[in-house]
Design a protein around this ligand. Structure first.
Ligand code: ARG
Length: 576
């Protein structure tokens, strides 16, 4: 469909006398009105007319549209419709092209986009809420790459701060319990909790912790070594989860890496007259866009120690120098809204005008519903525990539905289904909204869930297999055949093809709004269109040509589902 949109945009450019792109076109709310709509509201100033009159004019001026594209004005819109035969021919040809992934653009053909996601704190477990940022960021990263951006996924590890001073003291107190073995993240969490218990009885521990952190900042080799161990232990554990989720970062860089950058940056702010000493710390006063003061951004304690914001300030500047990005998205919880507001304002005040390319994508929380999570695993909100629980549930559901799956395959399928369930549930929720997590609903095969989509994919596959068994297909690949494609004229067939053809448009929108939920709901629409097609049109019909053409629709559906799901990070098992 992108190609048709391009043709239309080109002709509109000529008529309007200025460049027009496919992104200027909308989808009509009702598909019977056409396949693309050009809204005329914005033109009413320059043409000094009401939008409906402009729409009429433009429809008339568009005299030499290519064959197969019909135009008609409807109220304030100019609507375009692609004729059925062109649609079936060209779309199906592209969709079935075995050489080219559908709607994929050449690598690095577009601008540089930094996506910062996950960014957990070391010496803690990944929690289920980390999935939001991790899954969302990784999905945007995959989609951006697929669509030709030079996309860079960064993990901004929280590995600096006074808590590591506390942990060092705690390690001194309890480390001998490990009897020489390496600590796990659970050990570190346990030590940290016990430190706080001890601290209540013995307040002097707080001073010791401060002193330990001061030493760490000063580069004391002994404490530094300990800290490195905490850090590496954590990264190793995080990596296991990232691998399970198929998430690969281009850069994993901790907050600690920015400490050396801080002195010259502070000097620069001082020279620019932006720093003020307030309550024992150096701050930059900031006002929001409406001119109202918001809390100042605290950048340095009087003893020289850096803060969370300081490290973020340095990181932004580092990234701009390193990548010259055109866009940077921070996928971080909504509770950090003020932090990013302050950060962006300080960057602006310091003259880093590229800050206008930065955005914070605020995330909602996780809420557990139904509370059927077993607590026997103790800390049941860790990512690992939730995934394990979901896998158990998927096992049960699959076994109930399908008895013919050999046990040796069952485990891998349950793994894929549970990942699909949890990931899709998260990614189909608008990122700014809270995720209502109810395991029964998440793993349900019949709702608008991950397993529902995965299942639709396996259905397409089994139809193709059946066709192969009955000899209609030589292999599990439907060749494009121009004459049979012409037979696809039923409204359900054309509606399905159009929906599939809008894949690129929905990928673009997903990126435009930084919302993976957009792609998720598109994939649900694909399955809906497929179900209607499958119900109304017999795929294996008496005419071999028609069967082939319809099998083409099935394969195209499979391709879009598989590609779309894998962009979301969701595996597509071959049976379930
Ligand atoms: N490590 C932080 C936390 O767990 C999140 C970091 C978000 N990213 C950033 N650039 N500040 O709360």
């Amino acid at each position: 469909m992108e190609r048709f949109a391009q043709e239309i945009a080109q002709h509109l450019s000529v008529v309007l006398g200025r460049p027009c792109t496919p992104s200027d076109l909308d989808l009509p709310p009702d598909p019977t009105m056409g396949d693309f709509a050009f809204p005329c509201f914005r033109l009413s100033k320059e043409r000094r007319k009401a939008p409906p009159a402009i729409a009429k004019e433009i429809a008339v001026e568009l005299t030499n549209l290519p064959a197969g594209i019909e135009v008609e004005s409807a109220g304030p819109y100019v609507n375009f419709r692609i004729a059925g035969d062109r649609l079936a021919q060209e779309l199906l040809k592209d969709l079935l092209d075995p050489e080219r992934a559908y709607a994929k653009l050449p690598a690095d053909s577009r601008s540089t986009w930094i996506i910062e996601a996950s960014s957990p704190n070391v010496a803690k477990h990944l929690q289920i809420y980390h999935l939001r940022s991790t899954a969302h960021g990784a999905a945007l990263h995959r989609i951006a790459k697929y669509r030709g951006f030079r996309a860079i996924l960064i993990n901004h590890l929280g590995d600096w701060g006074t808590q590591y001073g506390k942990l060092a003291v705690a390690f001194d107190m309890f480390g001998s319990e490990l009897a020489g073995r390496r600590p796990t993240v659970s050990d570190l969490v346990d030590f940290y909790v016990r430190f706080h218990q001890e601290e209540e009885k013995n307040p002097a521990l707080a001073d010791q912790a401060r002193e330990a952190f001061r030493k760490l900042e000063a580069g004391d080799p002994e404490i530094r070594k300990l800290w490195e161990e905490f850090r590496e232990t954590s990264i190793r554990e995080f990596q296991k989860s990232y691998e399970k989720l198929d998430v690969h970062f281009d850069e994993i860089r901790g907050e600690s890496a920015y400490i050396p950058d801080v002195p010259p940056l502070m000097e620069d702010l001082r020279k620019k007259g932006l720093l003020v000493l307030s309550e024992g710390a150096w701050v930059v006063p900031v006002a929001d866009l409406a001119g109202k003061d918001i809390p100042p951004c605290i950048l340095q304690k009087q003893d020289g120690a850096t803060l969370y914001a300081t490290r973020d300030y340095a990181a932004a500047i580092y990234r701009f120098h390193r990548y010259a990005f055109h866009r940077m998205s921070y996928i971080v919880g909504a509770e950090q809204k003020l932090h990013f507001e302050q950060l962006f304002l300080v960057l602006k005040k310091a003259g880093h005008d590229w800050v206008d390319r930065c955005e914070h994508i605020p995330l909602g929380l996780y809420r557990f519903r139904g509370a059927k999570m077993s607590t026997r695993k103790g800390n049941f909100t860790t990512l690992e525990a939730v995934l394990a629980e979901a896998k158990e549930r998927a096992h049960e559901v699959i076994q109930k539905r399908e008895h013919s799956i050999p046990p040796e395959e069952l485990d891998a399928i349950a793994e894929a289904v549970s990942l699909g369930a949890v990931l899709f549930h998260d990614l189909s929720t608008d990122p700014s909204k809270d995720v209502e997590f109810d395991l029964d609903r998440v793993v349900d095969f019949d709702g608008e869930t991950g397993p529902y989509l995965q299942y639709a994919h396996t259905r397409c596959l089994s139809i193709l297999r059946k066709a192969q068994d009955s000899g209609i297909l030589k292999e599990l690949q439907v060749p494009f055949h121009s004459e049979s494609a012409k037979l696809l004229q039923a409204p359900q067939e054309l509606a399905l093809l159009k929906t599939l053809g809008h894949f690129s448009l929905h990928l673009e929108r997903t990126l435009q709004y930084s919302k993976a939920s957009h792609l998720s709901s598109y994939l649900i629409d694909v399955v809906r269109a497929f179900n209607i097609f499958y119900r109304e049109c017999r795929v294996l019909s008496d005419s071999e040509d028609l069967s082939r053409a319809r099998l083409g629709c099935v394969q195209a559906t499979r391709t879009i589902l598989k590609t779309g799901l894998s962009l979301l990070g969701i595996p597509t098992p071959n049976r379930m």
